[in-house]
Design a protein around this ligand. Structure first.
Ligand code: ZN
Ligand code: ZN
Length: 357
């Protein structure tokens, strides 16, 4: 697995004319090396791959970063990098321009002396967009855990509970089920707060005859799931049903029509056009979906601005919503993978309007 990823990265280095790249950002480092430690650098050339890390990871690095040479660095890893590059006769080094701070760049420049630093954008991120079989298997498990969490919490929510208590129950359930953490701060937004697209659980006490929007996911084995369902506690009014049905129609329409070869913009329009047709276009102010993987938001986006072509192996969310300030809001979100012929849906929680209590 590591070798295949290294080879894909080397192909990119070749295409872009880079001799070597230094990777220090945590997700990219883990993706390329398999090493899950919290610090270290991966130095990759056309024929070498070295993981530089410190004493704390002496054992772990050897176990995890198979196929890479492991070097334990002293107080300054950049000294080792300079020596390695010097020994290989390399005097230009690509760095991850989106992850190296201005201060780090200054430090690296002075430590690497005669080595020219060349900015490189999104090389590993580009590889990460297309998930391999091993990644998809983990993401399916992360999605299954989110589905089980939804089933569990709908049996527990009652009028009078605080949103915060609901979120805690969900997070304990996910942790018990094997998650390292939640993929992001769990959103439990009830009543008029459900109109906040990102209403992280608050002290609000859940009332009755109102929406509760639950948006959450499990960070499991290095990968995220991301699921939203909106339920009603008590009895829904006609207005609740009206906006729920429109969001559901938009989401199902997008799921039925997203396919490889389509742009992120075209996929976004599938959901957006349905909501606009019903007159709520202005109340859907975010993109239809986002890439999902090691990070909760990654490339590609399904939005008005995305020209990325959807390709088999990409994993994205599909999550249209309508938000009516002062009343409430609905979002329905699933995780999908683009396949050769269409899509596979990873999450499978029910989508008919559920009324609790
Ligand atoms: Zn979400
Ligand atoms: Zn999402």
């Amino acid at each position: 697995m590591t070798m295949e990823r290294l080879n894909r990265l080397r192909k990119q280095l070749e295409e872009l004319g880079h001799e070597a790249i230094l990777i220090g950002s945590s997700h990219n480092r883990r993706y390329i090396s398999g090493f899950t430690g919290s610090s270290g650098y991966v130095l990759v050339t056309h024929d070498k791959a070295v993981l530089l890390t410190d004493f704390r990871y002496r054992v772990q690095a050897k176990e995890q970063a198979q196929g890479l040479d492991i070097i334990e660095h002293g107080t300054s890893p950049l000294d080792e990098v300079r020596e390695l590059l010097g020994g290989w006769g390399i005097n230009k080094l690509a760095f991850e321009q989106d992850h190296v701070t201005f201060a780090e760049h200054a430090r690296w420049s002075s430590a690497l002396k005669d080595v020219a630093l060349v900015p490189a954008a999104g090389l590993v991120e580009k590889l990460r967009m297309i998930k391999d079989e091993a990644e998809l298997a983990i993401m399916q498990e992360a999605a299954d855990l989110a589905d089980r969490t939804f089933g569990y919490i709908t049996g527990l929510i009652k009028t009078g509970m605080r949103e915060r208590d609901v979120a805690l129950e969900m997070e304990v359930f996910m942790r018990t089920g094997g998650a390292t953490s939640s993929s992001f701060d769990t959103i439990v937004a009830s009543g008029e707060r459900s109109a906040l697209p990102h209403g992280v659980a608050s002290d609000r006490v859940i009332g009755t005859n109102e929406f509760i929007k639950l948006d959450f996911g499990a960070y499991y084995n290095g990968y995220c799931s991301d699921l939203t369902r909106t339920v009603v506690i008590g009895q829904p009014t006609d207005k609740h049903r009206e906006i729920y049905d429109i969001v559901l129609e938009a989401q199902l329409h997008a799921l039925a029509n997203i396919r490889p070869g389509m742009s992120g913009l075209e996929a976004d329009a599938l959901a957006r056009d349905v909501i606009a047709k019903h007159g709520y276009g202005d109340m859907f102010g975010h993109g239809t979906g986002h890439g999902l993987g090691m990070e909760i938001h990654e490339a590609p986006r399904l939005s008005k601005l995305s020209d990325t072509i959807l390709t088999p192996g990409m994993t994205v969310t599909v999550e249209p919503g309508i938000y009516l300030p002062g009343f409430g809001g609905v979002r329905i979100e699933d995780d999908i993978v683009i396949t050769e012929s269409g899509i596979k849906i990873l999450t499978s929680s029910p989508k008919e309007l559920i009324c609790l209590g």
